[in-house]
Design a protein around this ligand. Structure first.
Ligand SMILES: C[S@@+](CC[C@H](N)C(=O)[O-])C[C@H]1O[C@@H](n2cnc3c(N)ncnc32)[C@H](O)[C@@H]1O
Length: 301
């Protein structure tokens, strides 16, 4: 039996609060940010003796602050942008991409707290901004960490392809597990054009239709075909995602499935997100080290 998915759980963002308030998230927010923080420090330390320009790219940057709810209690914690700015050794350059004007105002205020750092705030859609960033550099003297932290199915497969081509970006991708599951209803009759387009955009192929669905073994009252039904559960759907990512990137670690409740060791509630690490560097020595660090972090969360 599949676990039921809470429809409200993964988009806990009111979008209306003031200043840098950004109410969304729960325990899973803390876990993903802990992984990111540890990796950023390890990445900068590992490359500190080399001459690369180190860039941090936050494609869904938010405000730099997260107002989360854990065990019914509200808590304000540093968001990814603020965490990245505070990391030592520091990155040489920061790119914060965000669409919402209120969050952009908060990000710009955050940047003013760090006048000596080179920070670019990019007020655009993450997909087109990332594709431009990927083609803007030669990726010979630059190395980057990219955090993909969407609320839902925003990251297009074509964006992941552009990132993979750089061979120089390490990626943390909070994959929208429950959003994926919701887009693929049990009965294929409920698969409308929007759902089909969104699944294909995120997975980069329409093969999911054959993999997830089979002909309904129950004929209708007249003995005719009763359409298609999904015969994969959400674990199998996630395996499909992992397989796709492993075909695209030289090395992939995870996923660490993040649940709505509990903590990293005692999980409860429905699975919401799946945290992946992917390295784009084709050299085994480089992606081997990156993966070893990321795996060590995921294992200890
Ligand atoms: C989960 S929040 C990011 C939280 C942030 N990483 C942090 O730790 O504070 C997702 C953010 O993506 C922004 N967003 C949504 N769609 C976007 C898009 N297409 N391009 C860029 N930003 C987008 C939202 O406004 C929201 O601030």
């Amino acid at each position: 039996m599949e676990k039921p998915i809470n429809r409200d759980a993964d988009l806990l963002d009111d979008g209306e609060s003031s200043n840098d308030q950004h109410p969304f998230g729960g325990m899973w927010t803390r876990i993903k940010l802990e992984a990111l923080e540890k990796y950023l420090a390890a990445f900068n330390t590992a490359l500190s003796k080399q001459s690369f320009t180190r860039i941090y790219i936050d494609a869904f940057a938010g405000t730099g602050r997260c107002d989360i709810k854990v065990d019914g209690a509200n808590e304000a914690i540093d968001g990814s942008a603020r965490i990245a700015l505070a990391v030592t050794p520091s990155f040489h350059k920061f790119c914060f991409i965000e669409l919402q004007s209120r969050k952009l105002a908060a990000l710009n205020a955050l940047c003013r707290e760090y006048p000596s750092k080179s920070i670019e705030v990019i007020p655009r859609d993450a997909n087109s901004a990332l594709k431009d960033l990927c083609s803007q550099y030669q990726w010979k003297s630059e190395r980057a960490v990219l955090f993909l932290d969407p609320f839902g199915m925003q990251v297009e497969w074509s964006t992941l392809e552009a990132i993979a081509k750089t061979g120089a970006i390490d990626v943390w991708y909070l994959f929208p597990y429950s959003a994926l599951y919701r887009q693929a209803p049990k009965n294929a009759d409920a698969l409308d054009a929007d759902k089909v387009a969104s699944l294909t955009r995120v997975l980069g192929t329409d093969e999911w239709r054959q993999v997830f669905y089979v002909q309904n073994p129950q004929p209708d009252l007249f003995g005719d075909s009763n359409g298609d039904v999904r015969d994969t559960d959400h674990h199998q759907m996630l395996e499909f995602v992992s397989k796709r990512l492993k075909n695209l990137f030289p090395a992939v670690t995870g996923p660490k499935v993040l649940y709505q409740g509990g903590d990293a060791k005692n999980l409860s509630g429905p699975p919401l997100f799946a945290l992946y690490f992917a390295a784009t560097n084709p050299r085994p020595k480089a992606h081997g080290l990156a993966t070893k660090i990321a795996k060590g972090i995921l294992d200890t969360l």
